[in-house]
Structures are given as C-alpha cells and as structure tokens.
Design a protein around this ligand. Structure first.
Ligand code: ASP
Ligand code: MG
Length: 412
C-alpha cells in the first residue's frame, strides 16, 4: 500500500465533467489500496479571469488583496472534487492552504513554502479519507493568504509529498510525459520513460513548460519521486528521479531544449584590463537584468569584445545601460541582436562521453548553421544561432543524437 500525492492541473479540472472523471480516477487508485492526497489547480482560465478582474480596478493591484482573490480559484475546485468523491462513496475532505497549514513567507504572489503541518492530513488518511488540498496557496505567519506564483500547484504537490514522505508525486496534465523535444517542432519526438532531476531542470529552464521549475528543484532537494502523466489517457508517463545508474544504457543525450526568449548584446573595443567584465556586468546586474551566456574574445591591440545574452524583455533596458558604459569606457561600439535563439543538448550521459560537443557542431555545420556563441556545463551544451534556423537545428540535432522515434511511434 502506497501513499501517493496526485496533482491535477487546470485543464484536468476545467469542467464539472472533468472533475467527475478525476474523481473516478482517484477512486480507482483508492480501490486498489493506495492512500491518496489530491492537489488541484483552479479550473483552467479561472486564475487569468480573476487577475483580469483585479486589473480592471488597478493596473497594479495590492499584492495582499490579489492573493486573497486568486486563491479562491483553487477553493472552488477542492470542494467540487471532494463532493464528486463523496458522491461515489469515497470519504473525502477538502482543505485550503491555510487549513492544512502550508506556512509560507510573506512574499505575496511569489511566496515560498517554509513548513507544512502534515498532522491533520495524516489523521484524515488514517481515518480512511482522501484529502483534497488547494494548490498554489499558503498562509504566512500573520495569517495572511499567500500564493506561490503561476503554476504553483505543482510546487504544492511536491511539497506535500515531501512533508508526508509519499511514495510518489504524480503530476497529471494534458501531455503524457516529458518529450525528447517539443513534438510541435519535431514530429518524431519521443516520450521519455525516465529523466533525472538535473536534466529536467535544464529542460524546464530552457522552455519545456511541463512542470514549474521550482517544483522540480523542490523534488530534487527532498528526493521526491515525481511522475508526469496524462490525466485522461492510460500510460506510464515520465518518471523524474535522482538515480543515474541506468544512464549507461541510455542515449548520451536525453533531450533537446530551445529558447527564443533571449537577445544578444556586444560591446566592442573595450580596454583589455583587469576589472572590465565587472565594469560591464556590474551595472547590468544593478539594473536587475539577468545575464545568461557570456563570451569575452581574445584581445587584439589591447582591446577586446565582450558579448552576453539577456532575456528579450530586458533587452532595451540592457542596451541603454550598455550604451552608457560604452561611452564611459571609450568603447568602440555597442551592437544588439534580438533575432537569436538558443539550442541546447541535455543529458547526464555526456559526462562520461568525449566528443559530444563536436558531434553537435558537426550536425549544425552540415546544415550550414552558423554558431554565434557556445557554452557548456557538465550535462549541457548550448549554442546561440540565428532564430530563423532554430527549427532546422533542433531537427538536425534530434536526428544526429538518434532521438527520432521509429516510424509510427510518435506523439500523434
Ligand atoms: N491556478 C494557478 C495558475 O493558474 C496555479 C496553478 O495552476 O498551478 O497559475
Ligand atoms: Mg499548471
């Protein structure tokens, strides 16, 4: 008999019919002998609808009051699901974050979970009840309602699984697992049976939006086995685990991630002296702009070029700051480029294999795709290329690293 935390996202509880379907599913597990704690999101579109209401009152709603309001979305779904379970003869009880006591800090709209009181839930489980908990919300020390940021129900699920020492945290959603890459770009993308937390973090932070990043971090930190599954289709989903042992048999690369959200900035002809990187990036970070890739060229004539990437939303801001720095330093010029994309190959298998990067560069060269920047880590190689070649690059790499599904075995 296992204790399982099951989290259902907004589309899975988007209508009353779907809530009834979720109840059927939960009942099946429980009839099989498992103890179940369910975490639900608000009905799909509801959180957006609520935020929009607030914006009609004020462009910048007071965060405390915004949390009071958006937390109601989940309060509706927990009650509906509990009703649907009870109707089926399954004893169930719903709790808001405050009632469980999911204690968070006071950072409204992006609060962090500090502690969860598992006792109340454990008592209910012992009494044979299915416990339905509102995702996305908590309460601070002073009793104010808080929320965890968009997509925060994933984090609620994982945090509850950790607090209850659950055997597995299952995230039910509208895809049947984590894929080798976005199936909309590569039709031959395949569902992965398994992926490590480290890989999942890279895939998620690079734009595979199946799971909230914080939830993955949390699960890794507390070793909570996490599984992504389709809400209404049968299947094993993708298990996200700590163990790397089987990676020997696995391909060197687990997936290909990409991101169109970055922009590139270059400052040319800066003096090649100590402290230059700091003089450039200090003011950038002081302007609250996060920098991703950084490249400094080898110097000629005692001057050098310095290039870095930022989020596209920060581009104008960063450009302005950089122009100021350039004038101060007597740099030659500042060049910006927003038509770039980042493509990364990700896999714990590359740790033990040489030549992974060169195989990547070879595949891109064959397609005549120019690489503008490169960065590497233990389990990732990323390149910046011109945005218009993004899809071609992803497809070429997917094939080069033997990730293509055999014919007939695709997402469709
Ligand atoms: N309802 C919240 C949102 O839409 C939390 C969640 O769905 O995970 O962001
Ligand atoms: Mg979600």
């Amino acid at each position: 008999m296992a204790l399982i935390v099951q989290k259902f996202g907004g589309t899975s509880v988007g209508t009353v019919e779907r809530i009834e379907q979720v109840a059927e599913k939960v009942k099946k597990f429980r009839d099989g002998g498992d103890d179940i704690v369910v975490v639900v999101s608000a009905m799909s579109g509801e959180t957006n609808r609520l935020i929009d209401l607030a914006k009609q009152i004020s462009e910048q709603p007071v965060p405390r009051e915004l949390d009071v309001m958006v937390s109601t979305g989940e309060q509706v779904t927990i009650a509906l699901l509990a009703m649907a379970l009870i109707k089926r003869g399954v004893p169930a009880v719903s709790y808001t974050g405050n009632q469980v006591r999911i204690l968070t800090d006071s950072a409204h709209t992006k609060a962090r979970i500090l502690q969860i009181d598992a006792q109340r839930i454990q008592r209910d489980i012992k009494a044979g009840r299915v416990v339905v908990v509102a995702g996305f919300q908590g309460v601070d020390e002073k009793g104010n309602i808080t929320t965890l940021g968009r997509g925060g129900s994933d984090t609620t699920g994982v945090a509850l699984a950790a607090a209850l020492k659950a055997d597995e945290c299952q995230i039910y959603t509208d895809v049947d697992g984590v894929y080798t890459t976005d199936p909309r770009v590569v039709a031959k993308a395949q569902r992965l049976d398994k992926i490590t937390f480290e890989e999942m973090l890279e895939m998620a932070s690079l734009g595979s939006k199946v799971l909230q990043i914080r939830a993955v971090e949390f699960a890794g930190k507390y070793s909570v086995p996490l599984r992504v599954l389709h809400s209404f289709q049968e299947g094993p989903g993708t298990l996200i685990t700590l163990d790397e042992e089987e990676s020997m048999e696995q391909p060197i690369i687990s997936g290909i991630a990409f991101n169109r959200d970055e922009a590139k900035l270059t400052i040319r002809g800066v003096p090649d002296t100590p402290g230059v990187a700091f003089k450039i990036l200090g003011p950038i970070s002081a302007a609250n702009v996060e920098v991703d890739m950084i490249v400094q060229n080898v110097a000629h004539d005692n001057t050098t070029d310095f290039t870095f990437t930022v989020h596209r939303n920060d581009y104008n801001n960063a450009l302005q700051v950089l122009q100021g720095i350039a004038a101060e330093m007597g740099a030659r010029e500042v060049i910006g480029d927003t038509n770039i994309a980042k493509v990364s190959i990700v896999g714990v298998g590359m740790r033990s294999h040489a030549g992974v990067a060169s195989r990547m560069f070879e595949a891109l060269a064959k397609e005549n795709i120019n690489i503008q920047m490169i960065s590497t880590s233990e389990i990732k190689v990323s390149v910046v290329i011109e945005e218009k070649y993004l899809e071609l690059a992803v497809r070429a790499l997917h094939t080069a690293f033997e990730l293509d599904a055999p014919a007939g075995n695709t997402a469709e």
